[in-house]
Design a binder for this molecule. Structure first.
Ligand SMILES: [Zn+2]
Ligand SMILES: [Zn+2]
Length: 268
């Protein structure tokens, strides 16, 4: 086939992939993380040619620069031609008279480098960051591939994120839910005062506007949703028990139907 790319042209290296775990808060506020990676970088002295100077690069005499050799085989059925990588130059189409002293003719240097990875605020698990030129080395003077970093956001003990919104569940005593109260709710930006109105039900949600996550594209800000979980005391002091008993008697005396009685009526 004649459409195959010439093997002696510059070829970009393969991309590399890695994963990076970041904390819940770092995903919301962004961070610059410095990572250390091993990478083959183009030799700065020969610019990847592997030669001491430009004049030391000559065309391979075996393949005349094509990088491939054609062999002919005569058989009783005719002449067969086959193409293979030039054994003399290894497919580069070039020969080097004097090798580069810095890289020893390889054209690249193996380095351990520090890379600053900028994690944008609002990133989510599964999103990838591209670090240009830190992938596998290219061939024949081609550039390196890229490095792709997949972000894994760790769970938080209390906050749960869904897109731009953050969810939290707060415990409220049955007395506070009944009478109403004011609480300082934790958000990722610090405590925010929230008024729990009297008669608040278990599972009821309150919205703290703008206390969610900033959109990656900067087009908006999410909210924090606060779900109330009413906690019924498992143990009462003697005095507390007395008060509850008093309340029950008071409700019965006033002729007030209990919630269970109301429910039971439907079955009659
Ligand atoms: Zn050759
Ligand atoms: Zn070199």
């Amino acid at each position: 086939g004649g459409s195959r790319a010439r093997s002696n042209g510059p070829r970009k290296g393969q991309d590399r992939y890695m994963q990076m775990k970041i904390s819940f808060m770092d995903a919301i506020f962004g961070k610059t993380e410095t990572i250390t990676i091993d990478v083959d970088e183009q030799c700065s002295q020969c610019m990847g040619t592997g030669a001491h100077s430009k004049d030391d690069v000559t065309i391979c005499p075996t393949c005349h620069g094509s990088g491939t050799v054609v062999t002919q085989q005569r058989t009783p059925f005719g002449v067969f031609q086959s193409q293979s990588v030039c054994p003399d130059c290894g497919g580069t189409g070039k020969k080097i008279r004097k090798k580069c002293s810095k890289c020893g003719g390889k054209g690249y240097e193996h380095k351990r480098v520090s890379v600053d990875v900028k994690i944008p605020a609002g990133i989510q698990s599964g999103q990838q960051l591209r670090v240009s030129g830190k992938g596998e080395r290219g061939a024949n003077g081609g550039s390196n591939g890229d490095l792709y970093i997949e972000i894994m956001v760790m769970k938080h003990d209390y906050f749960v994120r869904d897109g731009r919104n953050i969810y939290i569940t707060i415990p409220i005593s049955s007395v506070d839910a009944t009478l109403g109260c004011s609480v300082d709710v934790p958000t990722v930006y610090g405590d925010v005062e929230l008024t729990i109105p009297s008669g608040t039900q278990n599972g009821q949600q309150f919205r703290l506007k703008g206390k969610g996550v900033k959109d990656l594209r900067g087009s908006g800000q999410g909210d924090q949703l606060v779900e109330v979980k009413i906690e019924i005391p498992k143990k009462l002091s003697g005095e507390e028990k007395e008060m509850y008993e008093k309340l029950r008697k008071l409700q019965a005396k006033g002729g007030k139907e209990s919630v269970f009685d109301k429910f039971k009526k439907a079955f009659k």
